[in-house]
Write a protein that binds this ligand. Structure first.
Ligand SMILES: [Zn+2]
Length: 303
């Protein structure tokens, strides 16, 4: 997006796709300095988008601020394969990604962790994670190509990932149904599934938040949102500009597409994706230097 002509074209598109003013659309467009090429296309299948959205949501909820090498959800690359999706996972986080996604009943928590109905099959150099109730699936591979440490149940956990489709527990079915249904906190389930699957399909953009320090923060309040929070690097407007330049709000109602709520925060797709940037660096001094924090995070994956 290096020329003023490209910037002007993008500004017009942002203006058309949002309720932002022309001057705000131009300002966002001018902050886009990188064009990564066409984004990974959306899946045409609602079940696939639903599964990918749930995966993004679980990873954001569980990893929060524990990333390595700038992989916000543990994902380094995304590639479509025949309408489905293949992810390359950050090497040190890969086993934990698999573990967090596979469903198990957590006794102390009193409910199911992971993605209900998700099952796995070893595949060539990877693992296929498939939905027991539909054709939806993704393939995950490790960036380092090493063998996986397949998860085992921990204290207080009952694994559900090894059950057959007919063996889905009632809890698991209800949890899967709950994700698919509307809630007062959700503007639109289909929109949530679409934009959260886009989060999973755009790691090169999403990971910009974690680039300066190697980690950032992500979390959720409920099934209908995903928050990305960071301190250094892109401003919120620059981050939004990059997302908008790469199709993040394509097809959304303009009134819901984006709201710049302050210089430090924005909401996309209603309240579905929330961006927050701190006004100053959180990791500028010991004992919270990025090097030391990264050391703590790495220890957590080794143990
Ligand atoms: Zn910082």
């Amino acid at each position: 997006m290096s020329t003023s002509r490209n910037s002007s074209r993008l500004a017009k598109r942002i203006r058309r796709q949002t309720s932002l003013t022309q001057s705000t659309a131009s300002r966002l467009a001018k902050q886009v300095h990188t064009y990564l090429g066409p984004p990974v296309a959306d899946s045409p299948e609602p079940d696939q988008r639903r599964l990918e959205a749930h995966i993004a949501h679980v990873l954001a909820s569980r990893f929060q601020d524990r990333q390595l090498n700038g992989a916000l959800l543990g994902v380094q690359e995304a590639r479509p394969v025949s309408g489905y999706l293949e992810l390359t996972l950050e090497s040190a986080m890969a086993d934990e990604v698999l573990r967090e996604l596979l469903p198990r009943f957590d006794e102390p928590f009193g409910g199911i962790r992971g993605v209900p109905g998700l099952r796995f099959l070893p595949a060539d150099r990877g693992v296929v994670l498939h939905d027991a109730l539909s054709q939806a699936h993704i393939t995950v591979r490790r960036a380092d190509g090493r063998a996986w440490n397949l998860p085992a149940a921990r204290d207080g956990e009952t694994p559900l990932w090894n059950r057959t489709r007919s063996g889905l527990s009632q809890d698991e079915r209800e949890e899967a149904r709950w994700w698919s249904e509307s809630h007062p906190s959700l503007l639109d389930v289909r929109m949530r599934d679409l934009v959260m699957s886009r989060i999973l399909r755009r790691p090169a953009l999403v990971n910009r938040a974690a680039e300066p320090h190697g980690f950032a923060n992500c979390y959720t309040h409920h099934s209908g949102d995903l928050v990305i929070e960071w301190c250094c690097g892109d401003t919120v407007e620059a981050f939004c500009g990059a997302l908008l330049a790469h199709g993040f709000i394509d097809g959304l109602p303009p009134s819901d597409a984006i709201e710049l709520t302050s210089p430090q925060s924005a909401r996309l797709a209603g309240h579905t994706v929330i961006l927050r940037r701190h006004t100053s660096c959180l990791y500028g001094h010991e004992p919270f230097s990025p090097r030391r924090i990264t050391g703590y995070i790495r220890e957590g994956y080794v143990s």
